[in-house]
Design a protein around this ligand. Structure first.
Ligand code: BGC
Length: 721
């Protein structure tokens, strides 16, 4: 088995959306969905851009898809060569995880096509595709390539005023409706055959038409170079895109491919986990690391990663807590400059978080639940559409999921603890922690007859139970955030003037005193037989099985949460909540307690979010439930191979790749199976290998030093490189 590839034979239109995710090529700047060159909109082809958003009318703001500059349509003797909606033979597609290359082969009878294409890791604006055509029938071959603005959008259209220019490099320049951002795409071709070339413009598309008489047995090669630039990158995006295409053409496909592959080799040298003992697991881990690595914003110093990566416009291209809790760990240990970018995004979007807190009548920083550019809140008050009434359902993720600010602070502190690098805290990180802690001061409530302070009316990670009080996870995040604020005194012990002047600037003296008392006064969770109650009153809810609750669904796409959801009145939860807290704060809970909670909550968890299994696996590693840990690992790591995960929340499409699971797979392998931890800035390993695994080996970076971590059945070691 080649663990670096995923190949699929046959074609099924109903699977095309999933294949687009499975075979995604991306380079952090853009994502090219894994659809065939000639795909029409029914297959959801897209080139999704990072950090360019647009709102069309009163629809949801979402990332913009660029004009498609990589399509190729083939006609032989007047017949268009297209895949049948369903065919079991004559077609295969694959993704090469090592080098981020999509390949397809199709036998149309009269012509065979083989292609390989990539989103260049070496030149982030460049897309390249090489097609090899084998002719099986004499006649006239017509090839249509070009640039089109007829593209798939969920909440579009987003591109207006398309202006085309023909030439050796043809181009399209359009502007987004909301902010007038220029999005330009260019394309040029290189053929090893002669053909008559002409241009044809129609319906938002400029075609380059190549026509040639062909003979059976002829073999032709055509390379297509596409480039995308926007006015966020520079002043003349259309010209730049054309220049990039032309210089790629000059260098040639092979040279571009080599530069791209070398860049990927560099990424793997820093991050590859070598897993021995189970080939399917090794393949799944390669898939996970590929999918997370290919969407990392290597070109920017202050960008984060959307919850569905660059696989499309799902989830509004928004940044969730997934970034800090699930993507951040792999990056901070392997490519800390990417972890810094994720955190700088939060530092720079602090104004948005301050504004959101104010909007709700609080002080400090309340980060957006679904954060878009500039920290704008993308989450609406009606985030789900009811499948029965087709009406929007009032959801409270935006208003009540207050753990997000604590999640941001948690990652900022972890960054310092893992890397020993204080500069991020100096450059705005400390300010973020103080403002988040201030938010928790102002959001806390104290009933006159209670001895504790509490957080009422919140939503924890388990979104099926809305507006609950004293969610254990949320309370712990708030407490930890406030402790992190106080901890700054120790972190800046050698430079007290820094914190003093920051506190003065933020007018923080009174809040500093409040922090000291509030931290210890936040309500501790209720426990029953060692099991932490997820929130006040949880144990009193109907205790029934997952099957019972599933059996109550009247429609498979129905939303389980909210006022009328089937889970709300029961103990069935969407995803790890208490267990997520135990995974993130291992030092606060002993093994016995973790195990008791695992045994209680796991059967009551739907794992309706791809974020769930990873947290269960991490805690299972610790308590020796290695079979369960293995199952959860496979479930997490295979998600973008199998195309699993929920695709609908009510009537809203939420499919795409699953970067949180991708990051989760690294976390389980490195932090769970290998048992990697940092003790006083030094990495240590305490392996918990399931029986399926022989050994693991992976590089990490910490404190400017590079290490190789080894874990096998006898134990583990860390070697300085
Ligand atoms: C989960 C959230 C997650 C979001 C994006 C939701 O289904 O419940 O925890 O942040 O998806 O991945």
């Amino acid at each position: 088995m080649d663990t670096w590839r995923l190949k699929k034979t046959g074609f099924d239109l109903t699977e095309a959306a999933r294949d687009g995710n499975r075979f995604l090529c991306a380079n952090g700047y853009m994502g090219l969905r894994g659809t065939v060159e000639e795909a029409d909109l029914a297959q959801f082809p897209a080139i999704t851009l990072a950090n360019v958003y647009d709102r069309c009318g009163d629809r949801w703001r979402e990332p913009v898809n660029a004009p498609n500059c990589l399509f190729v349509r083939l006609f032989l003797n007047g017949r268009e060569l297209k895949l049948k909606d369903k065919q079991t033979e004559g077609h295969s597609a694959e993704i090469d995880y090592r080098h981020g290359i999509y390949r397809r082969e199709t036998d149309f009878g009269s012509l065979r096509i083989g292609s390989e294409r990539f989103a260049s890791m070496a030149e982030i604006h460049l897309l390249a595709d090489r097609l090899r055509l084998e002719i099986e029938e004499d006649g006239e071959l017509e090839i249509l390539t070009g640039v089109t603005t007829v593209i798939w959008d969920i909440n579009g259209p987003h591109l207006y005023g398309a202006a085309f220019t023909a030439g050796e490099a043809l181009s399209c320049r359009a502007v987004t409706g909301e902010k007038g951002t220029v999005v330009a795409a260019a394309q040029c071709v290189q053929a090893d055959f002669d053909a008559d070339e002409s241009f044809r413009q129609e319906d938002g598309c400029l075609y380059r038409v190549l026509v040639r008489r062909v003979k059976k047995g002829e073999k032709l090669t055509l390379s297509v170079f596409g480039a995308v630039c926007t006015s966020l990158d520079g002043e003349t995006p259309a010209q730049t895109a054309k220049d990039i295409c032309l210089s790629a053409k000059k260098e040639g496909f092979d040279a571009c491919l080599k530069a791209h592959k070398d860049a990927w080799e560099g990424i793997w040298a820093r991050s590859e986990v070598v897993l021995e003992g189970d080939e399917s697991a090794a393949q799944a881990l390669h898939a996970s690391q590929y999918h997370l690595n290919c969407i990392a914003p290597r070109h920017a110093r202050n960008l984060s990663i959307p919850a569905r990566g660059l696989s499309g416009q799902t989830y509004k291209g928004a940044i969730f807590w997934d970034s800090e809790m699930f993507f951040f760990p792999m990056f901070v240990y392997t490519q800390p400059e990417i972890a810094r970018s994720l955190l700088r995004y939060r530092i720079e979007t602090l104004p948005g978080a301050l504004a959101k807190a104010k909007e709700y009548g609080y002080r400090g920083a309340y980060y957006a639940w679904e954060s878009q550019e500039g920290g704008a809140e993308g989450c609406t008050n009606f985030n789900v559409v009811d499948v029965f009434t087709h009406r929007p359902v009032r959801t409270y993720f935006r208003d009540k999921q207050i753990h997000i600010s604590g999640d941001v602070a948690y990652a900022l502190r972890s960054y310092f603890e893992i890397t020993g690098d204080r500069t991020l805290l100096e450059q705005g990180g400390a300010r973020v922690i103080l403002e988040c802690a201030r938010f928790y001061i102002s959001r806390a409530a104290c009933r006159p007859d209670a001895e504790y302070a509490e957080y009422a009316d919140v939503i924890g990670p388990d979104e099926y139970h809305e507006r609950v009080t004293n969610n254990a996870f949320t309370n712990q995040m708030a407490r930890h955030c406030m402790q992190s604020a106080l901890k700054l005194e120790e972190i800046f012990g050698d430079d007290p003037a820094f914190l003093r002047s920051l506190k003065r600037e933020l007018n923080y003296e009174k809040d500093w005193e409040l922090l000291k008392t509030l931290c210890g006064a936040i309500r501790k969770p209720v426990k029953r037989d060692g099991v932490t109650e997820q929130f006040d009153g949880y144990f009193a809810l109907e205790d029934c099985s997952l099957e019972t609750v599933r059996g109550r669904l009247a429609d498979p796409r129905e939303y389980w949460g909210g006022d009328h959801g089937v889970a709300g009145t029961t103990q069935i939860i969407k995803q790890a909540d208490v267990i997520a807290m135990m995974a993130l704060f291992p030092e606060l809970f002993d093994d016995e307690e973790v195990d008791a909670n695992w045994a209680y909550y796991e059967p009551r968890t739907e794992h309706g979010s791809s974020l769930s299994a990873c947290m269960y696996a991490l805690t299972a590693c610790r308590t020796g439930r290695l079979n369960e840990a293995w199952d959860m690992f496979m479930r997490t790591a295979s998600i973008d191979i199998l195309g699993g995960g929920k695709e609908w929340a009510g009537e809203i499409y939420i499919g795409g790749t699953h970067p949180a699971s991708n990051g989760g797979a690294w976390m389980i392998a490195a932090l769970g199976f290998a048992g990697l931890t940092m003790r006083n800035g030094v990495p240590e390993v305490h392996p918990n290998l399931p029986k399926q695994l022989k050994r693991l080996r992976f590089p990490i970076t910490s404190g400017g030093r590079r290490y190789m971590v080894y874990a096998d059945r006898e134990g583990g070691r860390v070697e300085l490189l």
